[in-house]
Design a protein around this ligand. Structure first.
Ligand code: SF4
Length: 344
């Protein structure tokens, strides 16, 4: 690792299979940062529990599939530290220390907490785990002394909370242990789900990286189009068409200009339009699908890579936690070293 490089940290919840929205919104961005930054990327399996603690039967499968997708999309274990959150218990201990100093109202005012409590009806979110999610997230970030965290606008309040927790910890214990991480805002293409809402497993509108080509083509065929185009002879408005939003991501500028013109002039049918879209989607993700087939046959190698990354990450996490415990003066092991004390 190049010590002169700034450090980036990001995680992905193992709540479900990855879809095209995750690829474009996060994974490709992760890949693009690997040369410029020292990157730590983790599978956030504890975070997955915060909203899905009752249904854990897919967690391990999702974790392995996530590793396959990471490597297939171009994450390189020689360049980035790829690791599994739940194998590094230091995150949990720092989370506990942060829980002691984090005022409850700070957590209750986090916008995504309030929104989810109001909107999510099919899951019980009245748990400490869900409320304390941003505290664990703060521990995840600062235990690696990350300089930057890639975030979207909606996650900015979480990062601000991390910075506030760090400042409070430093104020209370009078010692500077952590770095206050900064947001790394990136322009990532926005891809809606096939029905126009946010692409999500819960809306049943996602195209998964693990879908077969036939499944992808079928889902693209079903993408919602401008409702005004009932017949081929009806002029359309591409800005009201979800397929066109996909074209903007997967087709080139000339193709998009032509699509817009032919849609407005009723010169092209939606069936043909989505056929062309499907071809462009497949051209773009074909290399990833080929690598998925390769890594899919080598799941043990994928796990070995994640374990190797976890060992590297743990060494860093241990050092930071030791500093934090010393600051809190709860580093009891310092009293008993040499007295046959296996403290961890
Ligand atoms: S022609 Fe293409 S852009 Fe226009 S409504 Fe149909 S699918 Fe959408």
């Amino acid at each position: 690792m190049d010590m002169a490089k700034k450090r980036v940290l990001s995680g992905m919840q193992t709540t479900g299979k990855l879809h095209l929205g995750n690829l474009l919104g996060a994974l490709n961005n992760w890949v693009s940062m690997q040369d410029e930054y020292e990157c730590y990327y983790f599978a956030a399996d504890w975070h997955a529990l915060s909203s899905s603690y009752e249904d854990t039967h897919e967690l391990k499968g999702n974790l392995v599939d996530m590793g396959i997708n990471w490597l297939s999309a171009g994450l390189d274990p020689e360049k980035s530290v790829l690791f599994i959150q739940s194998l590094i218990h230091e995150h949990a201990v720092l989370h506990l220390l942060f829980s002691m100093v984090t005022p409850l109202p700070w957590l209750e005012r986090v916008p995504s907490y309030k929104e989810k409590m109001e909107q999510v009806a099919n899951r019980d979110l009245h748990t400490y785990g869900f409320l304390g999610y941003p505290v664990l997230q703060a521990a995840d970030i600062v235990i690696y002394k990350a300089d930057y965290v890639p975030v979207g606008i909606d996650q900015l309040p979480h990062l601000e909370l991390t910075r506030e927790i760090v400042r409070r910890f430093h104020d209370i214990y009078g010692k500077k242990v952590f770095i206050e991480p900064e947001a790394k805002m990136s322009r990532v293409p926005k891809l809606p789900g096939t029905d126009g809402r946010k692409m999500s497993k819960s809306y049943n509108n996602a195209i998964y990286l693990s879908d077969s080509k036939e499944e992808m083509i079928k889902k693209i065929k079903d993408i919602v189009t401008d409702p005004a185009r009932i017949r081929k002879t009806d002029p359309g408005d591409p800005d009201k068409c979800v397929a066109y939003a996909f074209h903007k991501v997967f087709s080139n500028t000339e193709e998009n200009a032509l699509t817009g013109k032919e849609c407005r002039g009723a010169l092209r049918g939606c069936v043909d339009c989505k056929k062309m879209l499907a071809e462009n989607v497949l051209i773009m993700i074909e290399p990833l699908l080929e690598k998925r087939a390769y890594w899919g046959e080598r799941k043990k190698d994928v796990l070995d890579i994640l374990v190797e990354g976890t060992n590297r990450a743990r060494a860093v996490a241990r050092e930071t936690l030791a500093e934090a415990e010393a600051a809190v003066k709860i580093d009891i092991s310092s009293l008993i070293v040499g007295q046959n004390a296996q403290t961890r």
